[in-house]
Design a protein around this ligand. Structure first.
Ligand code: GSF
Length: 204
């Protein structure tokens, strides 16, 4: 298997953390998806990372499909519960974390456009989504050690990757550490684990 990704990509990080937790060996290839014509396009028409290429050549995307696949190929360290309600609760956390990230990325992409083409209204709309997403993550986590139930799951991985990226890129100057002390404690604890420490985004 080969994972096409980027070390700054939070969705790629989610897959890399899952690979590490599941002890699955996988080659990593850095792919630059910035140019409209990029090497990922032939595998994934959306031209996005992460994209996982299986041994038979099948390309899987997006990160939610990839992590579901990885969790079921090995019984080691199950990250997505079998029970319907529990699984949906974990995937809801993932949707919240990924959706907050989606808004963060849109803020960042907008900020990289020429100043006179940037829309304040668009950026404000996405900033609202990200701010509300982080507020919900903080409120729902409260002072519990894990996002869902009494064990580490994909929910914690998704939230950790979201927090790590927002701290790295600071879209719209958002400072979740300053605003939500519980998120700081949560993220710092995750970063003690090799799977998280080894996949941390580069220094900004
Ligand atoms: C999002 C992937 C994505 O936007 C997933 O895999 O979960 N829902 C998808 N990836 C970005 C890179 S990133 O993580 O910052 C990407 O590939 N952007 C290129 C583009 O053309 O949007």
């Amino acid at each position: 298997m080969k994972l096409l990704g980027s070390v700054a990509s939070p969705y790629t990080r989610k897959v890399r953390v899952v690979l590490a937790e599941k002890k699955i060996d996988c080659e990593f290839e850095a792919a630059d998806v910035n140019p409209p014509e990029n090497p990922v396009n032939v595998l994934n028409p959306l031209g996005k990372v992460p994209t996982l290429v299986l041994d038979d050549g099948t390309a899987l995307f997006d990160s939610r499909v990839i992590v579901e696949f990885l969790d079921s190929v090995s019984p080691i360290s199950r990250l997505i519960p079998d029970d319907n309600r529990e699984r949906v609760a974990v995937r809801r956390w993932e949707a919240l974390a990924d959706g907050s990230l989606d808004a963060g990325l849109l803020i960042r992409y907008e900020s990289l456009r020429p100043k006179n083409e940037q829309s304040r209204a668009w950026t404000d709309k996405q900033t609202g989504k990200l701010a509300r997403g982080l507020a919900m993550i903080s409120a729902d986590l409260a002072d519990r050690p894990w996002c869902h139930g009494d064990r580490y799951t994909l929910a914690d991985i998704a939230v950790g990757c979201c927090l790590g990226w927002v701290e790295f890129r600071r879209p719209a100057g958002i400072d979740w550490r300053g605003e939500y002390a519980n998120l700081g404690r949560f993220y710092d604890k995750l970063m003690e684990w090799p799977a998280f420490a080894d996949t941390a985004p580069p220094k900004a």
